[in-house]
Design a protein around this ligand. Structure first.
Ligand code: M6R
Length: 357
């Protein structure tokens, strides 16, 4: 039940720090070490390539998952939109391993690929919020998100849970393969939960930012590089699906290759800046669009802040920054939608779980 909350989405955004703490607990074994099922680990140790298949927000979490699997477990990983996979099936290596990410575990586009993968005889893992769901039953392995029921059509806590579970999986796999990850992931995730709490306490500021940037715009952009680009894609989906503002999540460096032509006086461009290695380049892109009239705002991690309109995120491990950086964008989408007078939980033309192909 949503209790005193006006909308499920707001409740689900607020639940994220608690969900994160719950996931850490669920995946902690003896000696507080993060663990996953032995049979799953054994199957993944064999893989020469991982294919992540998903839709929508789960697809966006897949990109972050790819990053973790490649950096921590050092396994080449591809990310596929489920509805494209069947028609554009990638050339498969000898030992592929498939990961299906689905909050509901019922998405038809993803299921269609899973059925095919099972026909071909390849191993598959489903990462889902719903125990006993179709995708969970039909895959060889399941990892649960432990996010609790997600009711709002716009996914929030499932996305942060998906990224968390992918980080845990990649970290455990990496250790199993003998790669020293140089961090205590459970500890770092605890700090992320605290940072999320801080962002959630800044609702008043985010409500004002939504007012300043989104009240009567027709379009908007989120930009970033690397992990920030992946979050930009998710931030854009969130804003467009509930506020109906046409929004694109864009690779910051790619703007000047065409899309910058869309920038006019007042176009909102929000940049994510959480990675020291590319911060100055993204800042450069912000300047490019600002000088062409864009209404710019930077969502920057502590330590990377500068003068100008910005929202500051508490510092966390850079690799986990997406978990914190997405939270203000969820709240911006929420407030923009309220201010524009739409139903946050039930956007037009959309269903919570898409069971048709
Ligand atoms: O249940 P699933 O994770 O498989 O759902 C996938 C998408 O339909 C879902 O993430 C959708 O994009 C959400 N409305 C996004 O907020």
């Amino acid at each position: 039940e949503k209790g005193t909350y006006p909308y499920y989405m707001l409740k689900e955004i607020d639940e994220q720090p608690a969900v994160l703490r719950h996931i850490i607990q669920e995946y902690q074994g003896e000696d507080n070490q993060l663990e996953v099922d032995e049979a799953l680990l054994a199957a993944m140790m064999e893989a020469d390539r991982i294919h992540i298949v998903a839709c929508g927000t789960s697809y966006h979490a897949g990109w972050i998952g790819k990053h973790y699997l490649e950096t921590l477990a050092k396994i080449p990983t591809e990310v596929h939109i489920a509805s494209e996979f069947s028609y554009n099936q990638p050339l498969l290596t000898g030992k592929p391993f498939f990961i299906f990410i689905s909050q509901s575990g019922e998405t038809a586009d993803s299921r269609q690929v899973l059925v095919k993968v099972k026909e071909l005889g390849y191993p598959a893992l489903t990462i889902t919020n719903v125990q006993g769901s179709t995708l969970s039953r039909e895959a060889d392995h399941t990892l649960l998100l432990y996010a609790g029921p997600e009711i709002a059509v716009a996914s929030s806590k499932a996305y942060t849970a998906q990224m968390t579970v992918m980080a845990i999986l990649a970290d455990v796999l990496g250790r199993q393969k003998g790669h020293d990850s140089q961090w205590d992931l459970a500890h770092e995730l605890g700090l992320v939960a605290r940072a999320m709490d801080t962002v959630i306490d800044e609702k008043a500021q985010l409500e004002e930012l939504a007012q300043a940037y989104f009240t009567d715009t027709r379009n908007a952009f989120y930009i970033g590089r690397g992990l920030d680009y992946y979050v930009a894609m998710e931030a854009a989906l969130k804003l467009k699906e509930i506020s109906y503002i046409q929004t694109e999540g864009f690779a910051a460096g790619e703007l000047k290759h065409g899309t910058i032509a869309l920038i006019e006086e007042g176009t909102p461009v929000l940049a994510l800046v959480t990675q020291a290695s590319n911060a100055s380049h993204t800042r450069g892109n912000v300047e490019e669009v600002r000088s062409r009239g864009a209404n710019t705002c930077v969502i920057a991690m502590e330590g990377l802040e500068q003068e100008g309109d910005q929202f500051i995120l508490p510092h966390v491990h850079e690799e986990l920054a997406p978990l914190v950086a997405v939270v203000p964008t969820q709240l911006l989408a929420y407030y923009a939608t309220l201010q524009r007078g739409y139903d946050v939980d039930k956007p037009r033309n959309l269903a919570k779980s898409v069971t048709v192909e």
